[in-house]
Design a protein around this ligand. Structure first.
Ligand code: UDP
Length: 381
């Protein structure tokens, strides 16, 4: 019996946006998630009155006005601006790479002096056409910054040498010749003041625990069921809806029949500390190779918290194996080629739409996920 128009697998951002758009268009959805909470990896939970990003820090930023206005319908966004600090063996540098970083590294004062330093180091390294992340990094910011702020961090994060990683990963980071510590070159930026879980709950018309919240007509068209694993209960779940929107790992959907795509996983060690302010910033990256974690997040600073205690998370990057939580797709050549084969299978799969970071095996930021979900909903509805 087809009880719903859509079965949406995954209650993260992609699934929630799609379900919302479908509901507004008069379609019914059953949204399931194998976890016991909504919001996928953007999930936040309150500890000591602080929104803790359980699956890693999420800072919303976008150049897309439509997407910005869209999230603002479901959350009050604050004016948080991401300005991470890099700690290299006790030396502190501003990120992203900007005049403050160059001044601290080389004592240079003007943009011309900084540009000349970078050009000198690029020439000395003999790089014309960067072929990998190392060459790309040196050509963007020179060898000194590469050695202290990029090499160790990147090798920890990806578990591979920078020479074996694609250049585009480092292009996520802006390099600018102004004294501007804003990490993101984006028109709009902020954190939901009530947490991402509430944002997703508002999209789904439910409470944080998935129970129905209310009121408007469209809410009644979304049913949320937690603790339901599509891949384990395919036979019973598939027939509940006309179509499936699948936001889990694309290779898992096909039982890894072509082999497993690689992901990086992250392990978080979260602690409540009896101090009001542990590190003075939301994000501190440990960019040396020896410190075992990549960064420490102090969650309260995302929302300018004034609580008496603080909660911090150390992030340890880990190799992923089947059964672990996948976080980052490893978009190198080998995985790109394997994904292309899975994509062909996905395209041929009748009545199933694949979406999101895991469903499309893409290093999507949140705004791109929303953009993609809105576009898919438009095509579909
Ligand atoms: N990166 C780096 N040093 C830093 C921060 C980032 O070398 O202090 C590089 C690293 O290769 C990382 C990439 O830049 O994988 C992208 O970093 P971003 O902070 O955008 O990653 P995310 O926040 O998505 O984990």
């Amino acid at each position: 019996m087809r009880q719903y128009d859509y079965l949406i697998v995954g209650a993260g951002l992609y699934g929630a946006v799609f379900a919302h758009e479908a509901a507004v268009a008069g379609k019914t959805s059953l949204v399931i998630d194998r976890r016991d909470h909504i919001a996928g990896n953007v999930y936040t939970e309150q500890i000591q009155g602080i929104d803790v990003h359980r699956y890693g820090a999420h800072i919303f930023h976008t150049n897309n006005q439509e997407v910005w206005e869209y999230v603002n319908r479901f959350a009050v966004m604050n004016r948080y601006t991401n300005s991470p600090i890099a700690n290299y063996k006790g030396e502190i540098y501003n990120l992203p790479f900007n005049m403050n970083t160059f001044n601290k590294m080389w004592g240079v004062i003007t943009p011309d002096e900084a540009a000349e330093r970078i050009a000198e180091q690029r020439r000395a390294a003999g790089i014309t056409e960067p072929q990998n992340l190392e060459e790309q990094a040196i050509s963007l910011v020179g060898t000194d910054i590469y050695e202290k702020l990029i090499k160790g961090y990147t090798q920890k994060q990806w578990g591979r040498p920078c020479t074996e990683l694609p250049a585009f990963i480092i292009k996520r980071l802006p390099v600018r010749l102004t004294y501007d510590n804003n990490y993101f070159d984006a028109l709009y930026q902020g954190i939901p003041t009530q947490g991402y879980t509430q944002l997703v709950a508002n999209l789904l018309g439910c409470r944080a625990d998935g129970t129905p919240a209310a009121q408007e007509d469209w809410c009644g068209r979304i049913t949320v069921r937690l603790g339901a694993d599509y891949l384990k209960e395919r036979e019973t779940l598939r027939d509940l809806a006309g179509k499936v929107v699948y936001t889990g790992p694309v290779d898992a959907y096909f039982d890894y029949r072509l082999g497993a795509l690689e992901y990086r996983s992250v392990r978080f060690e979260t602690q409540t500390l009896d101090t009001a302010n542990y590190q003075g910033n939301a994000v501190v990256n440990y960019t040396d190779a020896e410190t075992p974690y990549t960064r420490i997040i102090e969650h309260k600073h995302f929302t300018f918290g004034t609580q008496e205690k603080t909660v911090i998370s150390r992030e340890y990057s880990a190799e992923w194996k089947v059964g672990d939580e996948p976080y980052y797709p490893v978009n190198d050549e080998k995985n790109g080629a394997l994904y292309a084969q899975y994509k062909a299978l996905a395209d041929a799969e009748q009545g199933v739409l694949f979406g999101g970071r895991l469903g499309e095996y893409r290093y999507y930021d949140m705004d791109k996920v929303i953009e993609a979900a809105l576009a898919a909903a438009r095509r579909e509805l």
